[in-house]
Design a protein around this ligand. Structure first.
Ligand code: SF4
Length: 375
């Protein structure tokens, strides 16, 4: 099973972000760590016997915490759960939180062996518009520092489809990022999350997004460029060099069980799914009540099958048709025969060694294709 730990602190809110995070104070951090300790103890009893095969410290901005606070989080996890040896251990970081080599070198000593760096863009004006707290040169310097410090599995997050972004600029950013040697790149299309500052600006026509045609070219040309450099696509938004695919995320896409600790973290275990409260005070309050009353959702029947289809079709490997038959007793190909032939004719899907996969063109419109397969 996989372990996700949410660290809910950010220096300030980026304008497009809907993730759960709050401004850091020492009182909030104290409540958070105490509640995390309680939750780990409760969940350890619940999942007894299960071993952890990957850890992901996400946020928020985990690297906003001091090394000793991060060490405490890791200690909570290590003393509560049994871990497989040599597991992938990722931390998310923002460039401005990595001032020098000492910090990533110390992270490595704590057992962290993969770092996911939120670069997003290398255009100064765009970074300001996004409300990011770093400059392009800080981002590139942070990437270099991480690799120099010996964390040799670096992932860089970038966003395409941003206001003011051109195709040339996007491809230039990719080229520059690749020249700094990351093993993994995540490229997300900008999504306008309801309630964010960015969504309001677009609604009020204060800023304009690139048109659909340009966004499509950014996705297709960007993916082709990364693949030409040996960084291969393995999911709609994820690309990696051989042997550097993120096993934590693969576990999630394969529908493995996962345990999420911390505010807003989601868990999926034993056919049940639950999500912790997002706010730190509410989370700490619930921890003190032993998480009694937390809403549990049953994941079975059509919900389980729909999730399998949705997650598998987002990966380059695609949906294993034999697994669908095992789960439903039905033949996927016969059930969706006419839909599959229309999509094949339009070069949106292909059948490959018992799997149904989206083509690159299909990945561009993955959501609308997946919708048609799920009931
Ligand atoms: S740093 Fe990440 S989590 Fe924090 S506000 Fe920005 S995008 Fe959201």
């Amino acid at each position: 099973m996989h372990l996700y730990i949410h660290v809910p602190f950010c220096r300030r809110k980026c304008h497009y972000c809907a993730f759960s995070s709050q401004a850091h104070t020492s009182e909030l951090e104290k409540s958070y760590l105490e509640a995390l300790d309680i939750e780990a103890g409760i969940r350890a009893k619940q999942i007894r016997g299960k071993r952890i095969s990957s850890i992901y410290l996400g946020g928020g901005t985990p690297t906003l915490l001091t090394l000793s606070s991060l060490a405490r989080i890791i200690d909570i996890a290590a003393s509560s759960f049994s871990m497989d040896s040599g597991i992938e251990f990722t931390i998310e970081a923002n460039p401005e939180t990595i001032p020098d080599k000492n910090f990533p070198a110390d992270l490595k000593k704590l057992g962290i062996n993969r770092l996911s760096l939120g670069v997003q863009s290398l255009d100064d004006g765009i970074l300001t518009r996004l409300g990011r707290s770093h400059t392009p040169s800080q981002a590139l310097r942070a990437a270099d520092i991480v690799l120099e410090a010996g964390i040799d599995n670096l992932s860089i997050d970038l966003i395409w489809g941003l206001p003011g972004q051109t195709l040339k600029r996007w491809l230039q950013d990719l080229k520059t990022v690749i020249s700094h040697g990351p093993q993994h790149v995540s490229c997300y299309g900008l999504t306008l999350e309801p309630g964010t500052f960015f969504a309001r600006l677009v609604e009020e026509k204060e800023i304009e997004l690139p048109d659909e045609n340009l966004q499509a070219r950014m996705y297709l040309c960007g993916s082709e460029y990364l693949e030409s450099k040996g960084i291969l696509q393995y999911e709609v938004s994820n690309f990696a060099k051989k042997d550097y695919l993120c096993s934590h995320n693969i576990g999630y896409w394969e529908g493995n069980e996962f345990l999420g600790l911390g505010p807003s973290a989601v868990s999926s275990f034993n056919g049940l799914r639950w999500m912790n409260p997002s706010n730190i005070e509410d989370y700490a309050g619930l921890a003190n009540k032993g998480f009694k009353g937390l809403c549990l959702e049953n994941i079975n029947g059509s919900k389980l099958i729909n999730e399998k289809i949705m997650l598998a079709l987002r990966t380059s490997r695609g949906l294993r048709l034999g697994e669908y038959s095992q789960l439903t007793g039905q033949n996927f190909f016969l059930t969706f025969n006419s839909l599959i032939s229309v999509l094949q004719k339009n070069n949106l899907v292909r059948l490959d060694d018992g799997h149904l996969c989206l083509t690159r063109k299909g990945m561009l419109v993955s959501n609308s294709i997946i919708e048609r397969f799920i009931s």
